[in-house]
Write a protein that binds this ligand. Structure first.
Ligand code: SF4
Length: 328
């Protein structure tokens, strides 16, 4: 680990005035500290944001919730308003990491965690995400956990978060603040596909800080389900995960959200697939067609072709469980 300076501002404006290309904000540190120890991330200065007033969960005038970026993953998952109105989010958070990590990890930091690609964490190998232009050994190497959708020649990594898959399905909005002011980013636009710049995971500028996550009023509380498929029962990243949410009128689908984790560089949605489900009746046939359509552009690598069949089955099961009241 290289030497770094440390500061702990108490106002958001102070924090963003200290930020730049060689600095990092730190909250729970559950990913960043590991990356710095292994020299994967080399920061000259750490800006500890734990003194900032970003720990509240407030109701918004339009019926949603505003979640401060420093609310811990554990506090968020067990918050009564999240459990009752957004059980999909609670389920997704509790599917991730371990209890100890969820106690430390922040809501804002969860959005910013880096891929778990083996090569990214090994500073002795090339990696376009770590050292742009150095190559992507995962493409022809060990790629069992890698992407089947939205990848590029430069990078086939996946986004590791469970929470973000639920936030994508719920159409959350990310509040950020930088020296140019505040802005709101739709969740679907927050994370990037790798393209030819995989070193950039999201749309944040160097001086921008995530201050809050806003949830809209609708949490699909009666009919939603988060399904995570992984190599072991806990403390493992998703091979495939599905956030499924339905609004039903009898057995007719009035609204639907479907987001996948573990398959792409960002939580994966396809609004055309969701649109095609609206107005149809709940059925195995309708859900199977949606799953086929969701995976139609999947491109497997040498070792991850199993994810296509796995994702199809997981989509059908998650939608089926949501339909019968997966969280009701
Ligand atoms: Fe690096 Fe991305 Fe290739 Fe992994 S998949 S080695 S993160 S460039």
């Amino acid at each position: 680990m290289m030497p770094f300076s440390y500061s702990k501002p108490v106002e958001v404006s102070q924090a963003i005035n200290l930020a730049g290309p060689t600095t990092r904000f730190i909250a729970g540190g559950t990913n960043l500290v590991d990356l710095m120890k292994e020299n994967v991330v080399r920061a000259e200065a750490l800006i500890d944001i734990n003194g900032l007033p970003l720990r509240d969960i407030e109701e918004t005038p339009d019926g949603g919730l505003l979640i401060g970026a420093l609310v811990s993953n554990a506090d968020l998952a067990w918050h009564p308003l999240i459990e009752s109105r957004y059980p999909l989010l609670s389920q997704a958070i509790l599917a991730g990491a371990s209890a100890q990590l969820r106690n430390m990890a922040s809501t804002g930091g969860n959005l910013l965690q880096r891929t778990r690609c083996y090569y990214y964490y090994d500073a002795g190998t090339p990696c376009n995400k770590r050292v742009p232009g150095s190559g992507c050994p995962a493409r022809d190497g060990l790629n069992r956990i890698h992407a089947i959708l939205g990848a590029s020649d430069a990078c086939v990594a996946t986004h590791p978060s469970d929470m973000c898959v639920a936030l994508a399905a719920l159409e959350a909005v990310v509040h950020v603040q930088g020296r140019a002011g505040k802005r709101r980013i739709e969740f679907a636009d927050f994370h990037r596909l790798p393209g030819d710049a995989p070193q950039r995971d999201n749309q944040l500028a160097d001086d921008e800080l995530v201050t809050a996550i806003e949830l809209p009023a609708s949490g699909f509380a009666r009919h939603s389900h988060y399904l995570k498929v992984r190599d072991r029962a806990s403390y493992a990243f998703a091979l495939v995960s599905v956030a499924a949410a339905l609004e039903l009128d009898g057995d007719v689908i009035r609204d639907v959200r479907l987001a996948l984790g573990g398959v792409a560089h960002k939580p994966w949605r396809d609004k055309a697939v969701e649109q095609a489900l609206k107005g149809r009746s709940v059925s195995h046939e309708a859900f199977t067609e949606a799953a086929e359509a969701m995976l139609r552009d999947a491109q497997p690598l040498a070792h991850n072709g199993f994810k296509i069949k796995l994702a199809r089955r997981a989509i059908v099961r998650a939608l089926s469980d949501a339909a019968v009241g997966g969280n009701a």
